[in-house]
Design a protein around this ligand. Structure first.
Ligand SMILES: NC(=O)c1ccc[n+]([C@@H]2O[C@H](COP(=O)([O-])OP(=O)(O)OC[C@H]3O[C@@H](n4cnc5c(N)ncnc54)[C@H](O)[C@@H]3O)[C@@H](O)[C@H]2O)c1
Length: 336
């Protein structure tokens, strides 16, 4: 079972599992869906062994079949989404995670939580090992997401210790690739969309804040390896190559073959200055490290977006008014 299976990471994980001959139950409420999501699901729906249950996991998970593993990915993940849906985000991380854990406990299934580097907040330790406890503002502008994930981690550990559920926690760092929503407000789709249209690429603040990016195939391979192991984690899954946001923008512009200028816009609240995972544990316990270089990953992503006819030139033309309202407040690359 993959909760959030209709989302960006979820669809890639569903495809990977189906490709390995594993039957998949995708549970999703399509709460952050645009028209790309149903289309992505329709593509998967043609494959044998794929089942979709439309449900909000915070209200319960109406799945009656046997389950070997639960990948719990359901949660708004883009700042535009979780800022627009703070209560939904908190309920999904709390009640939604508990429902997924209850189901894993009842079926004797392995449970993998998709946690996030956001649990480290604006880190005071660099790079971030799993032992770092984080620097999170519980009432800050990202608190609905950061605290929901921290609570979800605590729940996951409680079910392991108290109920013997074989749980695992993956702390996923910034992942990108084909299949992201063009208007979801995250850095890579925003930069790619702007560069493909020859528009200025907008970076927040001075653009010298850093991010470490991981290509989606590498991230879902990490989740798969974690599920098949007996590692409890938390385990960082992320790319260890650290780049400034400005450098990422330059690489995207180069990959499109365009000549977009890079413009700076207002710095975003609570935007972490530095992010880089320490991945020693993933290497030693899972034999995992990223395989797709940043240049290759950006090229594949640009190719995917360029092949689509429905990528709006500007986020403001996105028909989803919820995103439109938020994106005017949040600079382009505000994200994990
Ligand atoms: N993509 C990244 O860079 C990244 C980084 C760190 C952590 N993560 C985590 O990985 C998971 C997937 O992220 P993504 O990038 O694919 O996000 P996404 O927004 O593309 O997908 C999330 C999916 O969850 C579904 N969802 C949300 N609330 C739900 C609910 N209450 N019930 C059922 N479905 C619900 C949405 O409809 C969507 O299909 C999230 O938990 C996110 O926090 C992602």
């Amino acid at each position: 079972m993959i909760t959030g299976g209709a989302g960006f990471l979820g669809r890639h994980l569903c495809a990977r599992m189906l490709g390995a001959g594993v039957e998949v139950v995708c549970v999703d409420d399509l709460s952050t869906a645009d028209d790309a999501q149903p289309r992505g699901l329709r593509e998967l729906a043609g494959r044998p062994g794929f089942h979709v249950v439309e449900a909000d996991v915070s209200r319960g998970i109406p799945v009656g079949v046997d389950i070997d593993a639960v990948f719990h990915l359901a949660s708004p993940a883009s700042p535009a989404d979780y800022t627009a849906m703070p209560l939904h985000t908190l309920r999904t991380g709390s009640a939604g995670t508990e429902h997924a854990l209850e189901l894993a406990a009842a079926r004797g299934a392995r449970f993998v939580l998709a946690s996030t580097s956001e649990v480290y907040g604006d880190p005071l330790q660099h790079p971030q090992p799993e032992s770092y406890r984080g620097n999170v503002d519980p009432t800050g502008p990202r608190s609905m997401y950061d605290e929901a994930k921290r609570y979800a981690e605590a729940l996951t550990v409680a079910y392991r210790r108290g109920h013997g559920v074989p749980t695992a926690i993956a702390r996923i760092f910034n992942t990108y690739g084909p299949g992201m929503r063009a208007g979801d407000g995250r850095m890579i789709p925003t930069f790619v969309r702007q560069a493909l249209h020859g528009a200025p690429v907008t970076v927040a603040g001075d653009g010298m804040q850093t991010r470490s990016l991981c290509y989606v195939d590498d991230t879902v391979r990490g989740l798969d390896l974690l599920a098949r192991s007996d590692v409890a984690g938390p385990v960082n899954i992320g790319g260890p190559e650290e780049l400034t946001v400005r450098a990422v923008a330059e690489r995207v512009v180069a990959a499109t073959g365009g000549r977009s200028a890079i413009h700076t816009v207002g710095a975003s609240p609570d935007d972490p200055r530095r992010r880089r995972p320490e991945i020693t544990l993933a290497r030693s316990a899972l034999g995992w490290s990223p395989e797709v270089s940043l240049d290759e990953g950006i090229e594949r992503t640009v190719r995917w977006f360029a092949g689509r006819t429905d990528v709006p030139a500007a986020a403001a033309s996105n028909p989803d008014s919820r995103q439109r309202a938020v994106e005017t407040d949040i600079p382009a690359e505000v994200e994990r």
